[in-house]
Design a protein around this ligand. Structure first.
Ligand SMILES: N[C@@H](CCC(=O)N[C@@H](CS)C(=O)NCC(=O)O)C(=O)O
Length: 78
């Protein structure tokens, strides 16, 4: 299962959703808070080392940054 932590209106998150849809992977989205001090945002930063969204949990690993996430989705597909 893939979980995408995102903002619905974030263009980088949209690119990741499009890559996920194209790959036909099953995923769920979780809307993150705008506040970086929010506990979920802090957890995402601790685990991915990336302070922004999107962050994706893919096969138990937290990956931050749209480019890295999309690369990982493409690798997973093959
Ligand atoms: N280089 C990053 C940029 C991501 C980014 O700028 N995300 C914005 C939303 S569009 C964000 O997380 N803003 C909230 C913040 O900086 O705390 C990527 O490609 O994922």
């Amino acid at each position: 299962m893939i979980t995408l932590y995102q903002f619905e209106d974030c263009p980088y998150c949209k690119m990741v959703r499009e890559a996920l849809d194209e790959s036909k992977a099953r995923y769920r989205t979780v809307e993150a808070a705008r506040d970086r001090e929010d506990p979920l945002r802090r957890m995402l930063f601790e685990k991915s080392k990336v302070p922004t969204v999107p962050v994706a949990e893919i096969d138990g690993e937290f990956i931050g940054g749209s480019r890295a996430i999309i690369e990982r989705i493409k690798l997973r597909k093959s």
